[in-house]
Write a new protein. Sequence first.
Lengths: 114, 116
Amino acid sequence: AQSVTQLDSHVSVSEGTPVLLRCNYSSSYSPSLFWYVQHPNKGLQLLLKYTSAATLVKGINGFEAEFKKSETSFHLTKPSAHMSDAAEYFCVVSPDTGRRALTFGSGTRLQVQP
Amino acid sequence: EPEVTQTPSHQVTQMGQEVILRCVPISNHLYFYWYRQILGQKVEFLVSFYNNEISEKSEIFDDQFSVERPDGSNFTLKIRSTKLEDSAMYFCASSPGQGIKNYGYTFGSGTRLTVV
């Protein structure tokens, strides 16, 4: 079985300050991990993915995440928030085999204050 | 950039009515999925579809639900007799191959279904 816990339902930062969105997972096998973003009235867009290669993963729009097996974490970070980063962010885990379903976290709503 | 298109964006239906949610996956994709998100809850897997048959489904996907690819371009989710608890955002996704690790999924923008 697998699960994902996003530790914060809401995060508010000021523009230009760092962003940290926390995600912990549990999995009985070697998982793949993803961060998706959803802007209002838009689809779920892939930000970045970890698939057992480098533990520090860089994604789009300046986001990155570090896979820490010892802490079972996959936190999303960005050095400097931009107003356009305001959105809902989902941490997602997938088994390391083909067709099985994705497991989503409950989401973190990021607000960016001017 | 290719997109997954879902229509309508918002649908209101009366309890007990049948509803069909439509999706146009990316044209060269072979695997198709439906997920849903009840307001305030997690995104949940419903069903995956490949080669004109269901390849996996969740406990949520009971006999009230069905999927089909009627014409080679659309991918539909039908709910036969809607219940209040079916109110949710429904997401369609497609991928060119099996497994998100190697191929990734492209999600649509969702259809918000409201059952009254």
